[in-house]
Design a binder for this molecule. Sequence first.
Ligand code: FAD
Length: 300
Amino acid sequence: MINNLIASSIPILPKWFIKFFSKPYVAGETIEEVIGHIKTINDSGFAATVDILGEHVSDVNTSFEITTEYCQLYDRINQLSLDCNLSIKPTHLGLELSLDTALKNFETVINKAKENSNFLRLDMENSLYTDNTFTIYDYCKKIYPNVGVVLQAYLKRSIKDAETLAKPGFNARICKGIYKENPDIAYQDQNEIRDNFLRLVKIMIQKQAYACYATHDQYLIDRIIEIIKDRKLNTNQFEFQVLYGVPMAGRLEELAKNGYKVRVYVPFGSEWYEYSLRRLKENPNIVGYILKNLFSKNTY
Ligand SMILES: Cc1cc2nc3c(=O)[nH]c(=O)nc-3n(C[C@H](O)[C@H](O)[C@H](O)COP(=O)(O)OP(=O)(O)OC[C@H]3O[C@@H](n4cnc5c(N)ncnc54)[C@H](O)[C@@H]3O)c2cc1C
């Protein structure tokens, strides 16, 4: 309730105040700023995936501009030999305008990924876009296979999606899911979501697909490691992923020390304010996270 109260009063708070709280989670506003943060992350022993903040673009020209910016990022990453790929929200490249617009923009981006021998992740947004995101994924995969999707553990459909899609060469990020979804289609109970997450982990392993475990939940990380050890899984079959700025109390260093790959999701861009408001409105729990994190130290 307190989280809801704080979240609803955020739009009336001054922008500088919001910036103070969102700063640890946003890696600057320009390409050069984010590149500096990615270098630091790489120097700390972690890979990165970068995202330009923003979504739901409302005109085609903006979607073209964002597409161009993502292409510039691929070039810059390649020039500097950074260990970093891209994560893109389909509505940021025009999916809300039309599937055709999104396909056109993703075709440009996937060709750029190919030119730079890099990888493209399609982030998963709310359930309204799930089917079309898989359509874009199929389209990109035909052009260049280094592309992956996200399976959200809170969605009841995800087990079936994993069973249909997972095979050698399939690459999926597994996460709990951040959007507000209807109980008809999504688990609401945290334990059910964790159980479904672990079911997805097992399917990915059984089908020899590449899995990216995106969670800060230490309980889940412990269970995933137990499964990985039990199945004697090779370390090149999976990675752990976390969000930039979320304190992990030394866990990332420990994972890296044990030979596990860790990738940090790095959002940046001028739209940090609109993005923060939207996220907080959709998920007031984030207020609680931010307050808790204020008292923890971050790694990089
Ligand atoms: C790399 C990565 C990529 C993601 N991509 C997607 C995606 O494409 N689609 C999607 O729906 N969701 C995505 N998510 C969000 C994910 O679905 C969860 O909502 C989020 O990670 C919180 O779940 P958790 O597993 O960390 O566990 P929780 O139990 O929710 O969180 C554990 C702890 O982590 C910290 N924490 C978690 N989230 C945040 C946050 N946002 N800010 C500050 N602290 C936080 C808090 O300290 C919290 O107590 C992604 C998450 C990660 C790590």
